[in-house]
Design a protein around this ligand. Structure first.
Ligand SMILES: O=C[C@H](O)[C@H](O)COP(=O)(O)O
Ligand SMILES: C=C(OP(=O)(O)O)C(=O)O
Ligand SMILES: [Mn+2]
Length: 449
């Protein structure tokens, strides 16, 4: 089938191979869940999606910076007000640090309110000789290692929709209702971070911002403006479960265009970005900003075909390439990609995911990542872009506002033996609040100089 836009429908992906889909045992139950979902209200709105695209267009030219981050895999049991608030707080702190250093707007996009489905390297997991289907995210099955928990249940897609809706509801309240106001910049410092070196650096910066706002008010400039007293956090997740994404895809009455209203931005994972695959077919037809993960084994011709298929109009802000090469390979594999895309004149937001190709298993058996490796990949990403004359437009992180021990290193130098003390993730290891802030300060140092 050709990629002529006129051939696209929200279900045309069904004519292509979709990898990483659950083996649902009961097809009738899947149909019922999808029918229910397809009449529920959209989670986000076309106008908001268009605003995000305009902001991302600025990240193509270096006039804005994309900060995308959140859990590897959100869990239903963790959808609580404190967790949502802590994730938002650390994203806001990082954005302040980056805005101050970079002198340009930071576009905040959470891996939040829908990041419930996971691609896996293996279909099964074996522990002590027992083999069970892999955990594929809370929208598919449960992470406990029992036969019952691992059976995919389509009702979890409806639960995922409801969890996303309540997360978004709280995020909208926090960002619009004063919590995200720059007047509260000092209050975003988490208690457990305040006494750390990062917490103290943040506190100094926050005080300067508060002083600047007071100064403005003293000379009669009102701080009662949305630029000061509101903020915006967009949502994103990997568009993996195509039936769920199709059910939330709606036609906008103003433009007649189709939008996937499950999140503002969707990305295609490293494992599902085949040019002739179902994920690319589905996403080419919706008008959201799209991310595509690119790992070190990319093929240049395929990448070009991806751009032609996903962004035939070369619209700025439509396509973000999220490179995840690993600190050992990035220096070798990033330059040829940048050169070729630049030669073609493709308008791309370049974002660095320093997490997914730096994963290793610690002596304790925990899946982890080391802070210095993460930082090395980020540093190499920036330096390579600068030497190639392209724009390092953003970062993509797995992180949480909580005090977890999942990644080693950082200012507190978490060591392998400490990973067990608060290892909470059900999939990949996340930076904790302090490590996330440290990443922001390190990037700030780079962009300032
Ligand atoms: O988050 C991404 C993937 O699901 C994850 O990196 C794959 O991990 P696995 O190799 O444990 O399946
Ligand atoms: C699965 C993920 O990444 P990737 O597709 O890059 O492996 C992820 O972002 O959690
Ligand atoms: Mn992950």
């Amino acid at each position: 089938m050709s990629s002529d836009p006129t051939n696209w429908t929200k279900s045309s992906w069904k004519n292509y191979t979709a990898l990483q889909q659950p083996n649902w045992p009961d097809q009738a139950a899947v149909e019922k869940a999808i029918n229910d979902l397809s009449v529920l209200p959209p989670l986000v709105f076309a106008g908001e999606i268009r605003s995000l695209k305009q902001l991302l267009a600025k990240a193509v030219t270096g006039d804005a910076f994309l900060l995308q981050g959140g859990d590897c895999s959100e869990n239903f049991s963790q959808v609580t007000a404190p967790n949502i608030r802590e994730t938002l707080k650390v994203l806001l702190q990082m954005a302040v640090v980056l805005t101050y250093a970079g002198g340009k707007p930071v576009v905040k996009v959470g891996r939040i309110a829908g990041q419930f489905a996971k691609p896996r390297s293996s279909d099964t997991e074996t522990i002590d000789g027992v083999e069970l289907p892999s955990y594929r995210g809370d929208m598919v099955n449960r992470s406990e290692f029992t036969e019952d928990a691992r059976i995919p249940n389509p009702k979890y897609m409806l639960r995922g929709y409801n969890m996303a809706a309540s997360t978004l509801n709280l995020l909208r309240a926090f960002t619009r209702g004063g919590f995200g106001s720059l007047q509260r910049v000092q209050a975003w410092n988490q208690e457990f971070v305040t006494q750390s070196p990062m917490g103290r650096s943040y506190d100094r910066l926050a005080k300067q911002i508060s002083q600047a706002i007071r100064f403005m008010e003293t000379i009669g400039i009102s701080s009662d403006t949305p630029q000061i007293n509101q903020t915006q956090l967009f949502t994103s997740h990997e568009a993996l479960l195509l039936q769920y994404e199709e059910a939330l895809t709606r036609q906008d009455h103003i433009t007649d265009n189709w939008y996937d209203c499950s999140a503002h931005m969707l990305w295609i994972g490293e494992r599902t970005r085949q040019v002739d695959g179902a994920h690319v077919e589905f996403l080419r037809g919706v008008h959201n900003p799209l991310g595509v993960k690119l790992g070190p084994t990319y093929d240049l011709d395929e990448v070009k075909k991806l751009v032609e298929k996903l962004n035939p109009q070369n619209e700025a802000g439509r396509l973000t390439f999220i490179t995840r090469f690993g600190m050992k390979k990035v220096e070798k594999v990033l330059p040829p990609l940048l050169r070729e895309m630049k030669k073609e004149g493709f308008k791309i937001v370049w974002s660095c995911d320093p997490m997914h190709a730096n994963t290793y298993t610690a002596k304790s058996g925990h899946k982890t990542r080391n802070f210095n490796d993460i930082l090395s990949e980020i540093t190499c990403f920036f330096e390579t872009h600068w030497s190639e004359g392209t724009v390092p437009g953003g970062v993509h992180l797995e992180m949480t506002g909580n005090d977890v021990t999942e990644c080693t290193g950082g200012a507190h130098n978490i060591v392998d033996e400490e990973l067990a003390s608060n290892y909470m993730t059900s999939c990949d290891p996340r930076l904790n609040a302090e490590q996330s802030l440290e990443v922001a300060f390190q990037i700030a140092d780079m962009i300032r100089s």
